[in-house]
Every structure is written in C-alpha cells, then in structure tokens.
Design a protein. Structure first.
Length: 252
C-alpha cells in the first residue's frame, strides 16, 4: 500500500537555527498519527513545512509523488492534503455557509461539482454548523469555530488531514466531540496527522505516535505503547492511559 505521506530526514531552518531536525514519519490511509510535545517543540513548524508553506530539507512523498522543494501548498491541496491551523484562520465577516463554500473552491476550479453533497455530509457531522449557517464566523464560540475550520477543510474532500492543536482553548465536552469526529473520519479512510499538547487525548485516539522535543523526535511507537512509556507518563500524562481511557477518549 502506498503511504499517504512518507517523510525522511526532514529539517527546517530559520537562518542557521534548526527548528526541526532530521525527523522521519509515515502515514497510511485510515490511520491517525499524532505528534505530541510541549509548546515550542517544533510541531507547528513541521506541519507548515509538510504543507509546503515553509522550506525544508530532506525527502517528502505525498500519495506516491515527491514533494517539490519550493512552496507548493496549492498543488498539495489539489492532491488531497488539508491543514487546519492552530488559529483556524476563518473569514470572520463571512457567514458559516460562505466559509464552507470557500473550502470547496479548489474542487470547483477543477470542474468538480459535488459541493452540495459534501456540504450535506459536513452538516451531518456538525449539526451546529447547519443551525448557524447564516451566522458570521466571528460571532461563533471557540468550539464552533473549530468545527467550522474542520468543516471547511472537509469541503475539499481531503485524503490526508493535518490538524494543529484542535483542542486548544476548548471546553472538555467540546474537545470530546472534536476527537469523536476525528475517529469518524479515520473510519471513513481519511488519514489524520494530529499535533497536540493534550497528549492524553491524542494518544487515546491515535494509532501511532511521535514525541517531539527541541525539534526532534525522541520517541515513537504504537500509541498504546507510548501511553505506557515512563518518559511520556512523567512528562505529559502524570498517569498511564489505560484501555478504558482509550475507549472513552481519555479527555481532561
């Protein structure tokens, strides 16, 4: 099976300073892969580089095709990659429906006229967006803005979805719902690259994980194994993630 993403020895520099140092990772169809680590570890920089928004060194292959060394975010979107940034980057003065319509623009420009069916799927996943479709994005709650950011990305029918800190600033019940949707997307075959400081929630939903510190991966393995690793418990969890935790989402 061809990996949706295969990165080898990727580094990202700001001048002479390495923000990301020699990391390698792989994501297959229907797999949730998480990168956990403290703020400033280099997680967001890595996502930006993988999206083609930041120059990198090393080798990256998407859907069996090499990633060019120059920024190529638009081409990657057409291939089926979507990034939901930490700040959501919504158009506040535009309505929920208008923001969602923009998410389908790349497909529309390529002659694909399936946005109505996709919109129905998004509203089924996020009924609250359907209730607020005429409301300005700037007036939404934090949880609703995260739902809108996810819905807008899904309007492009991505095969690989990258999420940067989706639980940031959200109430526990909203966070639980967001992670439930991540599980639904995985079951539909969408690959997920999840960057999270909430290691407990991330490892509870993920299949495989990486621990990032100071720009490098210091641990990797099956999520359930990482959740039991002494170093991860001490630094990020406090206690181990049990099988019961994994079943309910283990959300703080």
């Amino acid at each position: 099976m061809t990996s949706f993403l295969a990165a080898r020895d990727v580094s990202v520099f700001y001048g002479k300073m390495a923000a990301v140092r020699g990391v390698s990772l792989q994501i297959d169809a229907g797999q949730v892969v998480t990168i956990v680590g403290a703020n400033g570890a280099g997680k967001t920089t890595l996502l930006a580089a993988l999206m083609g928004l930041q120059r990198l060194t090393g080798e990256v292959v998407y859907f069996g095709k090499p990633h060019a060394r120059q920024p190529m975010a638009e081409a990657l979107v057409s291939d089926g990659l979507a990034l939901i940034p930490e700040k959501r980057e919504l158009f506040g003065a535009m309505s929920v429906a208008e923001n969602l319509a923009l998410g389908a623009f790349s497909r529309w420009r390529r002659g694909l006229r399936d946005s109505a069916a996709t919109l129905a799927e998004v509203y089924a996943l996020f009924p609250r967006l359907a209730e607020r479709q005429a409301q300005a994005a700037a007036t939404l709650s934090g949880g609703e803005r995260q739902m809108l950011a996810m819905g807008r990305a899904l309007m492009g029918r991505p095969r690989l979805l990258m999420l940067d800190e989706p639980s940031l600033g959200l109430a526990p019940l909203v966070t639980r719902d967001i992670f439930r949707i991540i599980g639904v997307l995985r079951d539909r075959g969408v690959a997920i690259l999840l960057v999270e400081q909430n290691a407990r929630a991330a490892l509870a939903i993920a299949d495989y994980g990486y621990v990032m510190e100071a720009g490098a991966f210091v641990l990797e393995g099956r999520a359930e194994q990482l959740a039991q690793h002494e170093r991860v418990i001490e630094a990020y969890l406090g206690v181990a993630v049990t099988q019961k935790d994994r079943a309910v989402g283990a959300l703080d």
